[in-house]
Design a protein around this ligand. Structure first.
Ligand code: NI
Length: 135
């Protein structure tokens, strides 16, 4: 029997979607407003899902306090109020789309999640646009 526990988190960050090897007009054509050279921000909503068996000793799949602190330290503290392109090393050569961000967040969290458990992350860039990654 597998059960999924989920924790929601939130952070604000700025980004710009562009390729250095494309002209400004090419970038604008592909990335639209997100190519704005002056950057722009999003209110990101993150949901982290951990799936596993219930530990009969505790009744937990995973202690949510531990998950909360892990997300705070590994994700929020790294991204909140940051310019993703300029300040987060993971995006120095990677376009900070929601897709790439979900993979980066997954990779940051994965080493700290019990190997018996399955990890999945869902990242909302806007209330209507969101991406998911499960490894
Ligand atoms: Ni954007």
């Amino acid at each position: 029997m597998k059960v999924t526990v989920s924790r929601k988190a939130h952070f604000n960050a700025a980004h710009r979607l562009y390729r250095k090897d494309w002209t400004n007009s090419q970038n604008e054509e592909v990335f639209g407003k997100c190519a704005n050279p002056h950057y722009h921000g999003h209110n990101y909503e993150l949901i982290v899902h951990v799936t596993g068996s219930i530990d009969p000793a505790t009744g937990y799949v995973m202690d949510m306090k531990v998950l909360k602190d892990l997300i705070k330290e590994k994700v929020e503290d790294q991204m909140d109020h940051k310019n993703l392109n300029e300040e987060v090393a993971a995006f120095s050569d990677l376009i900070p789309t929601a897709e790439n961000m979900a993979v980066v967040i997954y990779n940051w969290l994965k080493p700290h999640i019990d190997k018996k458990h399955q990890l999945s992350v869902t990242l909302y860039e806007t209330p209507r646009n969101y991406v998911s990654y499960s490894g």
